[in-house]
Structure formats: structure tokens, C-alpha cells
Design a protein around this ligand. Structure first.
Ligand SMILES: CC(C)(COP(=O)(O)OP(=O)(O)OC[C@H]1O[C@@H](n2cnc3c(N)ncnc32)[C@H](O)[C@@H]1OP(=O)(O)O)[C@@H](O)C(=O)NCCC(=O)NCCS
Length: 179
């Protein structure tokens, strides 16, 4: 297994991984929606505002994690949002997701990112350090339909005091349907 944080030239393979994985777990419509989201994130997000981490078996992507900037202009900290993330259906439950995220979080820490947030299953994300965060500690860009899925972690070793909002996400994620 190889890990990469360079996406150039492999965009289509990575989009297809997200489409197929979410189609298998949530149905074809969700697969198309998440595949479309990743395609837009890759095509439209300014390079400074996106980091994509992937896991590969030879020439086949088996895992992907997309981090984009959560911009909170009134707060000095650098904040990223992990969304979406996928591990190929036939490779789930083998530790790939956790290994990929540890690799990604170490790289983001090295880039001096202060805070990582995500919106998903706390039972999985809790395995790599994400903890429940209230919407008053980190204001989400849109109202959350499942506030218990709003989880985050400080990457600096310090506690996570409240962030001064408002915070906005990148254009591709700026749709209430994702929240
Ligand atoms: C969620 C997902 C990224 C996890 O990746 P993975 O490689 O399967 O996870 P790992 O093997 O590293 O870790 C699995 C562990 O998390 C636990 N877990 C908790 N919730 C889980 C969930 N929703 N999915 C998978 N594992 C989950 C498992 O029990 C397992 O624990 P264990 O190691 O103690 O047995 C992957 O299963 C996936 O792509 N699922 C479909 C798409 C999805 O739901 N993406 C996330 C949306 S935000």
C-alpha cells in the first residue's frame, strides 16, 4: 500500500472510487452526489484550500480523504474540514481508513494546520482523535442535520478553545444538502 498527497492526473480514478463506494453503501443517487462533489472540489477549489490524501494498491486507489479549508476570517487559526472520505468497499474494515487519516493528519500538522474538523460517524473518526465538538465551539457553515456528527481535533497539542466565527466552507461544499 502506498499513500499519496498528489492528485495530478488521477482525478478520474479518485472520483470513481468515491462514486462507487458511496453507491454501494448509500445507493446510486448518493454515489452520484458524492462523486459530483469530489469532482467539483478537485476542479474548482483554489490549490491553497485543498489537500487530497489517497491510498493505492498499485495503480488502483483504495482510499481517499479530501480536506478543504474552513475559513474563519476573524480567528487566527488555520482550520480544515475532512469531507468526504471513502475506502473501497471490498477493502473496508482492514485499517486502511485509519492509516490514511493518521498519514493525512501528520502531513497537515507539518503544514501548521491548527484544527481539523469533520462531519460523520464519531465511532469511526474517534479512532483517530476526533471528538464531539459543539456548534458554539466551532460554528459550522450551515445548520447541521446531525449535530452529533460534528467532530474535531486540535493538531497543535493544545486544547481547542472556541473558534471565532462565522466560518465558511469552499464553494463545492456550500450547499445545505451536504450538512
Ligand atoms: C467509513 C470508512 C471510511 C472507514 O474506513 P475503513 O478502512 O473501513 O476503516 P478501518 O478499517 O480503518 O477502521 C474500522 C474501524 O472503525 C469502526 N467503525 C465505526 N464506525 C464505522 C463505520 N461507519 N464504517 C467503518 N468502520 C467503522 C469499525 O468497527 C472498526 O473498528 P475496529 O478497528 O476496532 O474493528 C469506510 O468504511 C467507508 O468508506 N465507508 C463508506 C463510505 C462512508 O461512510 N464514508 C464516510 C462518510 S463521512
Amino acid at each position: 500500500m502506498k499513500f499519496s498527497n498528489v492528485i495530478d492526473g488521477t482525478e478520474r480514478l479518485v472520483v470513481d472510487l468515491f462514486t462507487a463506494t458511496f453507491a454501494a453503501s448509500e445507493g446510486a443517487a448518493e454515489g452520484a452526489m458524492i462523486g459530483g462533489l469530489v469532482a467539483r472540489q478537485l476542479a474548482e477549489t483554489p490549490p491553497d484550500d485543498i489537500r487530497v490524501f489517497t491510498a493505492w494498491d498499485g495503480a488502483t486507489p483504495v482510499g481517499g480523504a479530501v480536506f478543504t479549508r474552513l475559513a474563519c476570517p476573524d480567528d487566527p487559526r488555520a482550520v480544515v474540514l475532512l469531507s468526504p472520505m471513502a475506502v473501497a468497499t471490498d477493502r473496508q474494515g482492514q485499517g486502511i481508513g485509519q492509516t490514511l487519516l493518521r498519514h493525512a493528519l501528520a502531513a497537515l500538522r507539518a503544514e501548521r494546520v491548527d484544527v481539523a474538523m469533520t462531519y460523520g460517524d464519531p465511532a469511526f473518526y474517534g479512532k483517530v482523535g476526533f471528538m464531539p465538538v459543539s456548534v458554539s465551539t466551532v460554528p459550522p457553515p450551515h445548520p447541521l442535520s446531525q449535530p452529533e456528527g460534528w467532530v474535531g481535533q486540535s493538531l497543535t497539542g493544545k486544547a481547542l478553545p472556541p473558534l471565532k466565527g462565522p466560518c465558511t466552507c469552499v464553494a463545492a461544499l456550500d450547499d445545505p444538502a451536504f450538512w
